[in-house]
Design a protein around this ligand. Structure first.
Ligand code: HEC
Ligand code: HEC
Ligand code: HEC
Ligand code: HEC
Length: 451
């Protein structure tokens, strides 16, 4: 239903793009032809940047789709890897997961690692060219995948999935004899996720053409500003041939040519390193990260899936709204207007702050029906008697007095309001957290909202 117009638009867009690219962008095109592989992954349920702060406004399905699509048109032979861990394991992210899978199915992937997230959450996964070489049993993946001269292997290990996968030792014991045979026509690539000790074993076991590693940081961490300014931090300097994808799909890792004739073999590199010699710079220079900033947002082939996602969230929001209305309780909240008469100075300071406009911010971006966003931009969203919707509870839209001072209806309507300091109050850090407010500092921020 309704699939043909966007599909046509996408073809039209591709066609126009190719025409433009070959004409205006001739020079960058020639330079870009050095890129032979791209890798993205570790989305961990991250479908789009929240836009709360420009410093963390990176990544997401639409932008990944824009870049992969462009690259695929200009360099159809480039290998595109996905490092897995696409799904969020949080139960409230079920809607997101569904659309992430839908988007992934449209990416022109050469191989995808069947990683921890996929093993723990196998329901509803898209049909991708998954590899998992150290699996204990058969599944939705292959052991290896051949693409042209490249043979792509996938290894994933963590405590949480040890019932499903072999450790590096057990795995390598099976394949050692195969690796010992020299096969000059095959260039092996390893998509890796696991502890550093196993990465070291992997790097020494076979002269891989390339190892692309999933991000080792725990769930919930985002690319730091430091890493963003200095992406080399995401490239394992100890093992220059190991490249790590940025977390949460915030960037795309791209590498140079893979021809072994050109680059020194990994064994050669290791020997140089062991001998204390410095690494040839060329290998490092060829791995770079393209951060997926807002310039990748427009005209994306991922736009259709994303619009479907927003619509699905809105439908869920409406369902929840009806449920909340039915279960409506007498609210302990009253809204800022009720405080004005007695606390005029505080009211005016608040009214002039961006807290008062926090719900409007979401409306402007058509994100006011995405529960995840609403939770920090209104009063008491997940609490009984809190914000339901702009129509039902307009007096509780935006960040207000009661976010910081706790529910105050009883206080505001009392004949003789008394001190109830601290009761039900909320510290700034409930909302001013990563990635939503990376530059937060209590003192500097308080100066801007104090009363
Ligand atoms: C954990 C709480 C939290 C969640 C969840 C959250 N936000 Fe925010 N948002 C904030 C905070 C805090 C700021 C202010 C950041 C700052 O300036 O340091 C903010 C700021 C913003 C701004 C910038 C406003 C301006 O001044 O221009 C936008 C836009 C925004 N949020 C949109 C969203 C969207 C869309 C979502 C859902 C995808 C979302 N937020 C989810 C806490 C949150
Ligand atoms: C009818 C007048 C009146 C209204 C309406 C009123 N207050 Fe108060 N409020 C007071 C008085 C009087 C005090 C001082 C009590 C004291 O210092 O002994 C006070 C104290 C406070 C304090 C500081 C002490 C504490 O309890 O933490 C806060 C915060 C506060 N009010 C918030 C609010 C908010 C938020 C609203 C609106 C939801 C509100 N008040 C509505 C009269 C009012
Ligand atoms: C309920 C969540 C929440 C709490 C609690 C909260 N904030 Fe905010 N804050 C926000 C949101 C959302 C925004 C962005 C509003 C917008 O522009 O849409 C914001 C914006 C701000 C801004 C403006 C930032 C800018 O660049 O414009 C300052 C300053 C600020 N908050 C300070 C504080 C301080 C200090 C505290 C604690 C005393 C606090 N906030 C508590 C959600 C919260
Ligand atoms: C972003 C969080 C935040 C918001 C929003 C906010 N306040 Fe406050 N307010 C505070 C903090 C924190 C203090 C305590 C400052 C201190 O301890 O010096 C405070 C202090 C006060 C006090 C004085 C308490 C005292 O001990 O003297 C009153 C009254 C008050 N706020 C009322 C309001 C009212 C009314 C609103 C809404 C119109 C409001 N506040 C909005 C965080 C907030």
């Amino acid at each position: 239903m309704g699939a043909s117009p966007p599909l046509f638009a996408s073809f039209l867009f591709r066609w126009i793009f190719v025409c433009l690219a070959s004409w205006i962008w001739w020079v960058p095109l020639v330079q870009a032809s050095d890129i032979d592989w791209l890798a993205v992954g570790d989305l961990r349920g991250f479908i789009a940047p929240c836009g709360c702060d420009p410093h963390t406004d990176l990544g997401g399905i639409k932008r990944i789709a824009t870049l992969l699509n462009r690259e695929h048109m200009m360099h159809p032979a480039a290998l595109i890897f996905h490092l897995g861990n696409a799904v969020s394991l949080q139960p409230q992210d079920a809607i997101k997961n569904q659309f992430i899978q839908k988007a992934l199915a449209q990416f022109p992937l050469s191989a995808a690692l069947y990683n921890v997230g996929e093993l723990l959450h196998p329901d509803g996964l898209a049909d991708l060219p998954y590899v998992l070489s150290n699996a204990k049993k058969k599944g939705l993946y292959q052991s290896q995948r051949r693409v042209g001269a490249y043979e792509i292997w996938g290894f994933s290990w963590s405590e949480t999935i040890k019932a499903d996968v072999e450790t590096w030792d057990a795995f390598a014991a099976v394949y050692q004899h195969m690796w010992e045979k020299q096969e000059p026509d095959i260039h092996r690539i390893l998509l890796f996720s696991g502890p550093t000790s196993m990465l070291q074993q992997a790097a020494h076991a076979y002269p891989w053409s390339l190892i692309v590693s999933a991000n080792a940081q725990p769930y919930g961490t985002v690319v730091s500003e430091d890493e963003r300014k200095n992406p080399a931090q995401l490239i394992r300097m100890d093992y220059p041939f190991v490249r790590m994808v940025p977390l949460a799909g915030q960037g795309i890792l791209r590498g140079g040519r893979l021809t072994l004739a050109e680059a020194p073999s990994l064994t050669g590199l290791l020997q140089q390193k062991t001998a204390g010699k410095s690494m040839p710079p060329s290998v490092l220079e060829r791995a770079e990260i393209t951060w997926l900033d807002p310039s990748y947002e427009g005209g994306s082939p991922g736009e259709v899936v994303f619009a479907e996602y927003v619509a699905a969230e809105a439908a869920f929001f409406t369902e929840e709204k009806e449920r909340k209305k039915k279960d409506s309780v007498s609210s302990p909240f009253i809204g800022a207007e009720a405080c004005k008469a007695c606390h005029l100075q505080a009211y005016e300071a608040w009214k002039g702050s961006s807290h008062a406009k926090a719900y409007g911010t979401l409306q402007e971006k058509n994100k006011h029906q995405i529960s995840e966003c609403v939770s920090c931009h209104v009063v008491g969203f997940s609490q009984p008697g809190g914000f339901i919707s702009a129509e039902d509870t307009p007096h509780l839209a935006g960040v207000q007095c009661e976010n910081c001072h706790g529910p105050r209806k009883a206080h505001a309507t009392a004949a003789n309001p008394v001190l109830v300091k601290g009761e039900g109050s909320m510290p700034c850090s409930t909302c001013h957290i990563q990635p939503h407010s990376p530059s937060f500092s209590r003192d500097a921020y308080w100066q801007r909202v104090k009363h």
